[in-house]
Design a protein around this ligand. Structure first.
Ligand SMILES: [Zn+2]
Length: 193
């Protein structure tokens, strides 16, 4: 894992430096956005966001990803920190399988049962790339923007010290009420409702 390229990236949330990480020749690298604001402490606020094309790009209300991405970018722009955008669409099963899982959810399965019915793990994500990117950037201690206890543990397993958690409870919608309930009840996500 190494930095392949870097550029200035002005956005509607403010100015960032964008960096691409991966192996030489990667066409779909992991992406890091670094906020221009100076953080108040040496502990960086970090959002590790798993790619969700339907939510992030198209604004799907089936999930909360797009709203979380917006909130994280606004936070990093204002307070400094990093957003890591990991190319693990559909909790790691890819877009095709995620769309199939959506159809199973229409039939009443929850988001995790739909994945297992298709022969996948409930969550196929791997936080090793995130830990490797943070190591490349010299970041050892983070406050993680997440509602997901597995993400905190997954990162610590690879040697990153998570000294705090910032909740990112946004994007509630009638269309995703069952999805968010499954995350809260079945996967222990810290969500108010
Ligand atoms: Zn999503």
């Amino acid at each position: 894992m190494k930095k392949l390229a870097e550029a200035r990236l002005p956005t509607r949330h403010g100015g960032f430096t964008v960096m691409a990480f991966g192996k030489a020749g990667d066409v779909f690298p992991h992406v890091v956005l670094h906020g221009e604001a100076s953080p108040a402490s040496r502990v960086l606020d970090v959002r590790i966001h798993s790619e969700c094309m339907t939510g992030d790009v198209f604004g799907s209300t089936r999930c909360d990803c797009g709203a979380q991405l917006d909130a994280a970018l606004a936070h990093v722009s204002e307070h400094g920190g990093l957003l890591l955008y990991l190319r693990q669409e559909g909790r790691g099963i890819g877009l095709v399988e995620k769309l199939k899982a959506y159809n199973l959810q229409e039939q009443g399965l929850d988001t995790f049962a739909a994945n297992t019915a298709l022969g996948h793990p409930e969550d196929a994500r791997d936080y090793r790339p995130a830990a490797e990117i943070l190591a490349e950037l010299g970041v050892e201690k983070v406050r993680l923007m997440t509602n997901n206890p597995d993400k905190v543990e997954g990162l610590q397993r690879f040697g990153v010290e998570v000294v705090g958690r910032l909740p990112i409870d946004v994007g509630h919608h009638p269309e995703n009420a069952d999805y968010l309930k499954a995350k809260r009840v079945l996967s222990g996500h810290f969500l108010a409702r």
